[in-house]
Design a protein around this ligand. Structure first.
Ligand SMILES: *Cc1c(COP(=O)(O)O)cnc(C)c1O
Length: 376
């Protein structure tokens, strides 16, 4: 069976975990946590990166730092992972969903302004498949209406918009290092931001409402409870795993792009015949080959192809069920405007196996199976 995903492993992960264990400090903010944050700060040109226990937690921290009150509204796509909305729902905010652009599956920036009300506090663009949203337009809308922008860059680590790293353009960027993402620590994430003004509160939030981070830097003699907070700091063991992968980011990126390119070229004839649609990357975006998907004619065809591939030993999967049609989505949020593409496009999208340790022979086999399906 060719898996849909396997957690990435490049080589030095276990060695670094052992180093973390031997260092005598396993809790957060140890050597590897610092190395990971430094790596991202430099590579992505961002002033602050705080490693977190997940992207969900980074989104939660961002929602705290946006100072949301119950009833405040946050504009986002419905075609996204649960956490994009849930992190704000936990603060009592209302997710207001708008439609996506079919060619990228990203929020349609032209529909945002119409969804703004007196209660709107933030916009949450999700960079689907590591392909950037139209950030200039989104930042301009946010500026004119005094809104915060929280980028859900869970899939957008090491991907770019006009040369700027995703997650560093809005007020906050949230990354995921879950095992299904390009760079992994099992479970984990990071919160990135440029503005120094957020740092102290962000550190306190992450450290159970205490000023322990300041204490560790020797800036104060003892630490104490200073504000509300939670426990969002990952163990240094997990950070050790991640650091081994960040060091090999080039290699991981190259391999994922080879897989992406292979699928893209091998399946092009099907697109030319109008049997499938392939992903589109706007000129302004440099993507990170987070995902390879194709779109089928409709739900029925997708169901058939997924079953066919399973028979052939290939795990291909569909993706999000739009949040506005989920039980909790109906209870906590609302869809603004018309759902022209969200449901329709989500029903025809199918993702192909894509992970660092995937054998190119298997990639060829997957593409071959799809070509055969359409020939029969
Ligand atoms: C994976 C993902 C998340 C959640 O990431 P975790 O690290 O598992 O919390 C959030 N948003 C999007 C778009 C994702 O793909």
């Amino acid at each position: 069976m060719i898996a849909f995903n396997n957690p990435p492993f490049v080589g030095k992960e276990l060695e670094y975990i052992k180093e973390a264990v031997d260092s005598g400090k396993l809790c957060g903010d140890g050597m590897f946590t610092k190395k990971c944050s430094e790596w991202m700060r430099e590579r992505f040109s961002v002033n602050h990166v705080l490693l977190t226990t997940s992207c969900t937690h980074a989104l939660e921290m961002a929602s705290y730092l946006c100072d949301l009150k119950p009833g405040d509204e946050v504009i986002m796509p419905s075609y996204t992972f649960v956490s994009t909305a849930d992190a704000f729902v936990l603060r009592g905010a209302v997710p207001v969903f708008v439609d996506i652009r079919p060619e990228t599956m990203n929020i349609d920036e032209r529909l945002i302004e119409d969804a703004i009300t007196d209660k709107t506090k933030a916009i949450v663009p999700v960079h689907y498949a590591g392909v950037a949203c139209a950030m200039d337009e989104i930042m301009d809308i946010a500026k004119r209406h005094g809104l915060k922008v929280v980028e859900d860059a869970a899939q957008g680590v090491n991907a770019y918009y006009k040369g700027k790293a995703l997650g560093t353009i809005g007020d906050f960027g949230c990354y995921s290092f879950h095992e299904t993402k390009n760079y992994s620590m099992g479970e984990g994430g990071a919160l990135a931001f440029q503005d120094d003004a957020y740092l102290e509160r962000a550190e306190i939030l992450r450290e159970k409402g205490t000023n322990r981070s300041k204490f560790f830097r020797g800036q104060i003699d003892k630490y104490t409870w200073v504000d509300y907070g939670s426990s969002y700091l990952p163990s240094d063991m997990n950070a050790a795993y991640l650091y081994a992968e960040l060091e090999q980011a080039e290699q991981i990126d190259r391999k994922r792009h080879s897989i992406y390119r292979y699928y893209h070229e091998a399946l092009r004839p099907l697109a030319q015949e109008g049997l499938i649609e392939q992903p589109f990357v706007p000129d302004y975006a440099k993507h990170n080959a987070h995902m390879y998907y194709i779109k089928l004619k409709d739900l029925e065809e997708r169901t058939k192809l997924i079953a066919y591939l399973k028979e052939k030993g290939v795990m291909a999967v569909f993706h999000y069920i739009p949040l506005h049609s989920a039980e909790a989505g109906m209870r906590f949020g609302r869809f603004h405007g018309e759902d022209v593409y969200t449901t329709k496009e989500s029903e025809r999208l199918m993702r192909l196996p894509m992970f660092y340790n995937l054998d190119m022979k298997d990639v060829e086999y997957v593409a071959d199976c799809i070509l055969k399906y359409f020939k029969k």
